[in-house]
Design a binder for this molecule. Sequence first.
Ligand SMILES: CC(C)(COP(=O)(O)OP(=O)(O)OC[C@H]1O[C@@H](n2cnc3c(N)ncnc32)[C@H](O)[C@@H]1OP(=O)(O)O)[C@@H](O)C(=O)NCCC(=O)NCCS
Length: 216
Amino acid sequence: MSDAADIDYFALGLEDFDESARLLEDDFFPREPLSIGTHLVTSASTGKIGRKLRECLASGVSFGARDVKTRSLVAVRLSYTATKEHSADEDPVDEEKSEYEIKVSGLIEEVASKVDVFQDHDVNKVLYMYMLCVRRNYGGRGIGKKLVRMTMERGKDLGCQLAFTTITNVLSGRIFAGLGYETRYTLDMSTPEGDRGMDLAAMDGNRTVRIMTIRL
Ligand SMILES: CC(C)(COP(=O)(O)OP(=O)(O)OC[C@H]1O[C@@H](n2cnc3c(N)ncnc32)[C@H](O)[C@@H]1OP(=O)(O)O)[C@@H](O)C(=O)NCCC(=O)NCCS
């Protein structure tokens, strides 16, 4: 599939691990608000993030975008699915966690736990949006939105009844709101209750961590 901007969209697989990790290290962690707000750096190919990246690439619900001319990977929509029976996202006991993973992934998990995705009796399988990244010189062309749409279509085909995303960046919030997602929970880090020690001044106007969902 390609568009007028000479971009090819395709389903990601495990063979895309190294390129995806590089893209996250170049263009996700240096720009994602919580990563900026902690002033911490992390590897995308090791530890919990490396394990989740592999899970997303093997899931069949992760998509990428390639520049047709240069053949370079310019965007990834990393996602995975979970069922009611296998929903526990427990970390292996011997898994090493970086300071980044403790702080950022810990906060994301805290906020995610506020929403019961299986509250509706007919929801058994959920599509989880993990990381969305579009290289900075390809931003604002609708690539992010298109990848989210493709992921939702595939998730629905695979039997998911609900899609779930954690929003830390107002730009991606616009993508999901535009697609009809509803906000289920908001942590406002600029309030005393929401303060988690992030450097809000560095976060480019981003102050909240939000959970958004949509029925598929
Ligand atoms: C967030 C991100 C994925 C958006 O990707 P994108 O391909 O630029 O998104 P789209 O082109 O589909 O645009 C999404 C919305 O943001 C707007 N937008 C995108 N880049 C913009 C920019 N530089 N300035 C102003 N608006 C911008 C678009 O106009 C669109 O809004 P609209 O639907 O109201 O028109 C990308 O900026 C990114 O990778 N950021 C760093 C990592 C990150 O924060 N990921 C999300 C964590 S929740």
